[in-house]
Design a protein. Structure first.
Length: 326
């Protein structure tokens, strides 16, 4: 299987964070207040106001064949890509010359990522674990609920042939494995009242070993590290541009991903953009954005988050994942 056929499976794996968060009126009020404050600021003030957050990451490499046991260098190339993407350091890319609308919307999230230097026991680490498994490939659970039992996510369990999560309140756990039929999937942030023991143990993202970083085992179209950027976007609470579900309801309701500076669209845009297209255009809406990380473009053409997406990610990070910030 080539990476041309590998796309995000988060919509198949998990329900929208909104489905649970909306049950907490206090949390909704806090989110709306934070979000409004960030969105009302002019770009320069907006960036000056934001604190630079650091998130420690541990990569759990779970491999059957030696080729799946990707190198430290490949992991480091992924960290480099992730930091470039979240700090909006792609603006020198000549592709933006063709799309000034997208370039004007591109925003620095003021979030950076670093490999963990201390493990949960206080020992020095390089932020990478390696586990040989007897499982040839792992399936992406498709139950539309991130309460999927570990039996359906064995890459996240040492007992079941994978690797147990490090404390998900302190580390972003990224499992790298031979994931069948998908580039990756993520677990949305949850309020503490819904974070059962299982959700703590499964929180993080899973990524196909063919879609990590910019060297080694990567394949064409998924060779710039954008899969991890996309899945971390989900982990921080942003949806696909067509909405939180895979059925196009975001387009029908006109709400899309619930962010005002993106455009609702009928479904994923894939491959290489060749100008603005009406193929995925929702009735009464402008033509969809291009180059956005939360679409499904080839990695070469996945370049930016909007200000609204940044505001949403930072709000959920501060409200639901604040313990992970260092």
């Amino acid at each position: 299987m080539t990476s041309n056929n590998l796309f995000c499976a988060t919509d198949d794996y998990t329900e929208s964070v909104i489905s649970e968060v909306l049950q907490s009126n206090l949390l909704v009020k806090e989110f709306n207040q934070k979000y409004s404050e960030l969105m009302l600021l002019e770009t320069s003030a907006y960036l000056d106001k934001m604190t630079l957050y650091n998130i420690p990451i541990v990569f759990h490499i779970v491999y059957y064949d030696d080729v799946e046991n990707i190198s430290d260098a490949q992991i480091i190339s992924q960290i480099d890509s992730l930091n470039k993407d979240f700090r909006n350091l792609n603006l020198d890319n000549v592709i933006f010359d063709e799309y000034p609308r997208e370039k004007a919307l591109a925003t620095d999230a003021k979030i950076k990522f670093s490999l963990a230097t201390t493990d949960p026991n206080g020992n020095t680490t390089n932020g990478i674990t390696r586990t040989r498994t007897m499982i040839e490939s792992f399936e992406c659970p498709a139950g539309r609920s991130d309460m999927e039992p570990l039996e359906r996510q064995p890459m996240k369990s040492t007992y079941l042939g994978g690797k147990d999560a490090w404390d998900t309140r302190k580390y972003l756990n990224v499992w790298i494995c031979n994931l069948s039929g998908a580039s990756g999937y993520a677990q949305y942030p949850r309020s503490l009242e819904y974070m059962t023991d299982l959700r703590y143990r499964t929180d993080g993202i899973v990524v196909n070993y063919r879609c990590v970083g910019s060297e080694g085992t990567t394949e064409p179209t998924r060779n710039k590290g954008k899969t991890v950027t996309h899945e971390v976007g989900h982990w921080l609470g942003t949806y696909h541009l067509w909405g939180a579900g895979a059925d196009g309801t975001g387009c029908r309701s006109g709400s899309g991903d619930l962010i005002p500076d993106t455009v609702p669209q009928k479904g994923p845009q894939v491959g290489i953009p060749s100008g603005y297209s009406s193929t995925k255009q929702c009735p009464g809406c402008p033509k969809p954005l291009l180059l956005n990380f939360m679409d499904q473009w080839d990695d070469e053409y996945s370049l930016m988050f909007t200000k609204g997406q940044v505001a949403r990610m930072r709000c959920w990070l501060e409200l639901l994942r604040s313990s992970i910030i260092t």
